[in-house]
Ligand binder design. Structure first.
Ligand SMILES: Cc1cc2nc3c(=O)[nH]c(=O)nc-3n(C[C@H](O)[C@H](O)[C@H](O)COP(=O)(O)O)c2cc1C
Length: 501
């Protein structure tokens, strides 16, 4: 069976098959504990030049369960699992098209996720493998898509919000106030309602990506998954609420946030920017049921352990947002792998004098995409934004900081950026300056000629011969890296597209 046929699958198990068929699944057969040992194995594997997908087949304390990790930690494997083009701009254009054509879900009577239904004597931590993550942490955590519902419209929302075990049948869900989850919880509190919650564990990586994506409130996330897969997602109703969850999920934790809306304790957790997160108090969820498949497979993911490519949909939506403002003047955009949504690079195409300064309006529009975005670097159309060295070169050679760096004081940002998060100690809003680095060549300098046909920014030119023709065949095979179409490798989904929003 080829990879494409395997992708016809629809859940975590089929994603594992894709990894296996590509020879990229490492099965770990010795017994490992999920609390500290599995995250450490993931972290060590995550530091290898080529990161394998991992399947822990013998999980201590959890006989019969398996844990998968790092499925989407390798760019080409990730493209195969998602069934999306590996080239970043092609991938974005495909997703931008699919975002307009979601395929509605269908509801079925039952599915594999109902093979085991537990509604009594629930002890979540002894049923479903949990992890501590970093050494400083001693809470038990899960990370999976969380389903909630808008009370007025009935539309469901999907987001990944960290889940932290509080007691045998209680967890917290870290859906912050500014997330769609947080907005729905505010509505529930205002009306004194109970808010049902369903946490999906053992998810297809595509569901995780859809959940992690910054899409407009009310957008049909499952519909986008259906559009990418080319068929509707099959959903089943929860046992204890009307929420709908994927029939092929491995595990569902059902619960409720009820008046008087108690809070729990979470933290410290190894946060995505590489710093240890603070102790926080997210809302408490009372577990009402756990359902799971036979021989379940769940996932463990820890920020900073291994890169995980969950950012392609957000990348497409970001470009859609910018093009909604300035059309194809915006050629492409990407977030930086080290700082995720805190730094975006935007490539613009100035072709006429009146385009000058429009790039600054584009940067201002970018800040409206999400509060995390702290810095925008603007570059011209000749820069490969997936290559940090080229961006660095553009900043160094095209930006006069006294004229082309713009600072906007004190706008809201994400608390996990510690230079803003420290403000919590003073009970201040979490704000920091936003800044724009305009590394596009100012129009008048772009066209100013030193001598006819040569500007200050004219690059040196080369013939572009084919290196393969000059090397012995063995050396050509060893040193010239091409893709399967024979093109020199460039612009594959590189770490620049990784993000967690
Ligand atoms: C592995 C992972 C863990 C995440 N954990 C959290 C979290 O604990 N809290 C949070 O607010 N966002 C978290 N996010 C980001 C949200 O899932 C993301 O912002 C998403 O867009 C939220 O959904 P919403 O836009 O419907 O609110 C996480 C993302 C990933 C990939």
């Amino acid at each position: 069976m080829n990879i494409a046929e395997k992708i016809a699958g629809k859940d975590l198990r089929s994603a594992l098959e894709v990894c296996d068929s590509m020879g990229q699944l490492a099965r770990i057969r010795r017994q490992v504990d999920p609390f500290y040992e599995i995250p450490d194995v993931i972290r060590n594997a995550g530091r290898q030049p080529e990161i394998p997908a991992l399947l822990f087949e013998n999980v201590q304390h959890y006989p019969g369960w398996q844990v998968a990790a790092s499925l989407v930690s390798h760019p080409l494997r990730t493209a195969a699992i998602y069934d999306l083009p590996a080239n970043p701009i092609e991938c974005k254009l495909r997703l931008m098209d699919l975002l307009d054509r979601p395929i509605p879900t269908v509801t079925v009577n039952s599915g594999p996720c109902k093979e085991n239904v537990i509604t009594r004597n629930i002890d979540v931590k002894s049923i479903v493998p949990a992890t501590h993550g970093a050494l400083q942490s001693n809470h038990f955590y899960y990370q999976g898509p969380v389903v909630t519902q808008d009370f007025q419209s009935g539309k469901q929302n999907l987001g990944i919000y960290r889940t932290c075990v509080q007691g045998p049948a209680t967890v917290t869900v870290n859906g912050r106030w500014d997330r769609h989850f947080g907005l729905q919880l505010s509505d529930a509190k205002r009306e004194g309602r109970t808010m049902p919650v369903a946490i999906i564990l053992g998810a297809d990586p595509l569901w995780l990506m859809a959940a992690a994506s910054k899409l407009p409130y009310g957008y049909d996330d499952w519909g986008l998954v259906g559009a990418i897969r080319g068929r509707p997602m099959e959903m089943v109703k929860c046992e204890t609420s009307d929420l709908l969850v994927p029939a092929d999920a491995e595990v569902i934790i059902e619960g409720e946030i009820r008046p008087p809306y108690e809070m729990g304790d979470d933290g410290p957790w190894p946060e995505y920017l590489g710093y240890l997160g603070m102790n926080i108090h997210p809302p408490l969820v009372h577990i009402t049921a756990i359902t799971h498949r036979n021989k379940p497979v769940t996932t463990i993911f820890c920020p900073n352990a291994s890169p995980e490519y969950y950012g392609y949909i957000s990348g497409a939506q970001f470009l859609r947002h910018l093009r909604g403002f300035a059309s194809t003047f915006v050629m492409d955009c990407a977030t930086h792998p080290a700082t995720l949504h805190h730094h975006a690079v935007i490539k613009v195409r100035k072709t006429e004098a009146h385009h000058e300064a429009l790039q600054l309006n584009v940067a201002l529009a970018a800040f409206g995409y999400g509060i995390e975005l702290d810095r925008v670097t603007l570059v011209d159309d000749d820069i490969d934004i997936y290559n940090p060295s080229q961006v660095e070169w553009a900043v160094a050679t095209r930006c006069d900081a006294s004229k082309q760096v713009h600072i906007l004081c004190n706008a809201r940002t994400h608390q996990n950026n510690p230079i803003a998060g420290v403000k919590e100690f003073d009970d201040q809003p979490i704000t920091k300056a936003k800044w724009i680095i305009d590394a596009t060549i100012p129009w008048k300098y772009r066209v100013a000629e030193k001598k006819p046909g040569v500007t200050f920014f004219t690059r040196s030119h080369w013939n572009g011969l084919d290196l393969k023709e000059y090397l012995e065949p063995d050396d050509a095979a060893r040193w010239v890296k091409t893709n399967d179409k024979g093109k020199i490798l460039e612009g594959i989904l590189a770490p620049w597209n990784s993000d967690r929003s």
